[in-house]
Design a protein around this ligand. Structure first.
Ligand code: NAP
Length: 278
């Protein structure tokens, strides 16, 4: 089946840095993922890079107790593993750690030196072998997407995963519209500005509006990212409490006035900007 974010839950589960702590922390992280899966979140995002495989290993321990076709699994390979031979090797290693026999989506984590034609041909082979259902890319700017779509089978790319939160809105200008036009789903990462909110300044307007709406600033940030129901956001949390809070955020709505107020503090892009990445 072709991947489409409309068929997934409104948020997925981000997993960067999971599985890197002690046993107590790891147990809490596994509980958080279980909590999400048990309440209908049906996509998990990981990468061979995360903790050098530790994130995938932790996910594998959780998902072996779940029916595999009830959720979608996304992983990513390094740009220096983007040749057909190394893609196959990386993929098989990821599948082993994840204790599964296929991925729903396999993404080039960011662009490197391998020609896109080679990478696409390697990914298509993995689709034919039944090891992945679909493939995509991450951290691709508009020029990269256009170049990709012009390569043989490049139009089979199902998703592009880029940074997207209230303080990093560049993708709204042309990447998101281009992806919509080309039927490519958009996945936005780091809705809270990454671990500890290090890449997102929570301004007083967010504190005030969240208070007025009876929600937390983090719930407001997440609800804002998915406000138009046109993309998937993949927040990461290591705790059940935060997972619960993030799931509740899906139901938060904004009035036009509220959105305009937020635009004043976090303006929409008005021209093409270089893609921001973390
Ligand atoms: N493709 C790429 O290049 C790329 C790059 C970056 C990220 N990603 C993906 O996107 C996912 C999300 O991005 P991210 O991990 O950078 O950061 P993020 O989701 O923006 O933020 C995670 C931080 O927010 C905190 N948090 C989560 N829910 C919260 C809540 N309800 N209340 C208060 N704090 C909360 C987390 O703390 P706790 O853990 O304590 O809850 C953690 O410190 C990643 O895990 C990864 O899967 C992809």
């Amino acid at each position: 089946m072709t991947f489409n974010h409309q068929n997934t839950s409104a948020i997925g589960i981000g997993t960067w840095h999971l599985g890197e702590g002690n046993q107590t922390k790891t147990e809490s992280e596994m509980q958080a993922i279980k909590y999400g899966l048990d309440r209908g979140i049906n996509l998990i995002d990981t990468a061979e890079m995360y903790g050098d495989g530790l994130s995938e290993t932790l996910i594998g321990k959780v998902i072996k107790n779940y029916q595999r076709d009830n959720f979608q699994l996304v992983s990513k390979f390094y740009p220096f593993h983007a040749t057909p031979k190394l893609i196959e090797q990386s993929l098989k290693n990821s599948l082993k750690r994840l204790q599964t026999d296929y991925l729903d989506l396999y993404l080039l984590h960011w662009r490197g030196n391998t020609p896109l034609t080679e990478t696409v041909s390697g990914l298509e082979k993995m689709v034919q072998a039944g090891l992945i259902k679909n493939w995509g890319v991450s951290n691709f700017d508009l020029d990269d997407l256009k170049e990709l779509s012009a390569t043989k089978d490049g139009s089979h790319c199902r998703i592009n995963e880029d940074l997207y939160n209230i303080a990093s809105r560049g993708i709204e200008y042309s990447i998101l519209p281009w992806q919509k036009e080309h039927g490519m789903s958009f996945v936005g990462y780091s809705p809270f500005g990454s671990d500890g909110g290090q890449f997102l300044k929570i301004k007083p307007i967010i504190q005030q509006m969240a208070k007025d709406k009876g929600i937390t600033p983090y719930q407001l940030l997440l609800a804002w990212v998915i406000r138009n129901h046109d993309l998937l956001s993949i927040p990461k949390t290591a705790s059940v409490e935060h997972m619960q809070s993030n799931i509740k955020a899906v139901d938060v709505q904004f009035t036009t006035d509220e959105l305009q107020l937020l635009d004043q503090s976090y303006p929409k892009p008005t021209s093409e900007t270089t893609l921001e990445t973390i």
